[in-house]
Design a protein around this ligand. Sequence first.
Ligand code: URA
Length: 431
Amino acid sequence: MNFKDIIIKKREKEELSQEELAFFVEGFAKGEIPDYQASAWAMAVLLNGMSARETTDLTLAIAKTGDTLDLSDVVDIAIDKHSSGGVGDKTTLVVLPLVAACGLPVGKMSGRGLGFSGGTLDKMEAIPGFNVNLSTAEFKKQLKEHGMVLAGQSANLAPADGKLYALRDVTGTVPSIPLIASSIMSKKIAAGAQAIVLDVKLGLGAFMHNVEEARELAERMVAIGELAGRKTIALLSDMNQPLGNAVGNTLEVLEAIEALHGRGPADFMEHCLHVSAQMLLLGKKAEDEATARKMAEEVLADGRAFIKFRELVIAQGGDVSYVDDASKFSKAKLIETVNAPVSGNLAQIHARVVGETAVELGAGRAQKEDAVDHAVGIIIHHKVGDSVKKGEPLFTIHANDSALLAQAKEAILKAHTFSDKAVAPLPLFYD
Ligand code: URA
């Protein structure tokens, strides 16, 4: 088989066979297929799509490039959750310890920033020492001992996804339903959880722009999950404006810690409680949604969820003194707040512009080898639907470069749109 022919076949909108997809995935994972050919192939897939059968074959081939964990010797049931990517989405940092505190083990493999969307691994690495590079044995041991684990791909779980993900991030090949579905589901299958809650984001700051696209992605992923014998559900949630107020690695960790103390922004708290309740329900920790919700609220209110977060940080080598004393995190050199230029009702806070601006400030990567700057980012002070008075703080930029600060101020101001008329708040979930 010749990989150039496979690229051409996809360019010509033909369906790839299971063997061709396996040939690509294995060759790419072993380094036999160079990045430039894999990029051309990914662009052909982005432009011409894939059938449901091709998506499933691609997913299973990616999952097979590493170990597929069997967690049944460690816990009776483990749950996993995954977001399809958004701006300010630090949900995992809260729901993972929260659900584990309710007694449901969570075995999670996460990703890094992707395009304008942030990544859980980059966020957690803002805590000095936090190690996401766990071996398979370490992953299982931690799940058994602590009932929760958060790892990156280097645990020999779906390593081909780790490579392809990094390449897609810098080649404009992220927003493709088959590529997102196979990326997410290969990790979920490899990590071994028997139940999976998918949080499919839609809107201006998501890879899926409307309910129809998000539903198609959700349905493909649920079908792959079920085929692999996992109980899988998907939520469709809003990503037109950032989730919560903070965007940027350290800033998001700080917001997640506040949320674990019950003091997070209202939209983010509600989002986390709803996702947690769905996880508890699917993991059979509760009979109905109301009971699941109550369990989640209780562990948040009595501090057990926060204690579990500390346990996670300690278990993975992080310096927990940062979690206890947020003032220890390094701050950006330049922190400036911009006030509202007019009075009005906030009609839009363009989430993609906010995400892209955070990347430009250094919170994400322009090239796959780039290091991220954990300290930089953006705090928005209002949400769509709020009535804002001229001169009130609108957003704050954390930057380490004065030219980037000036650009960010301009971009984020433009991302805010005001209206004279009353504006309804955005829904959190669509389905
Ligand atoms: N999250 C993933 O893990 N992969 C994608 O492609 C998008 C979001």
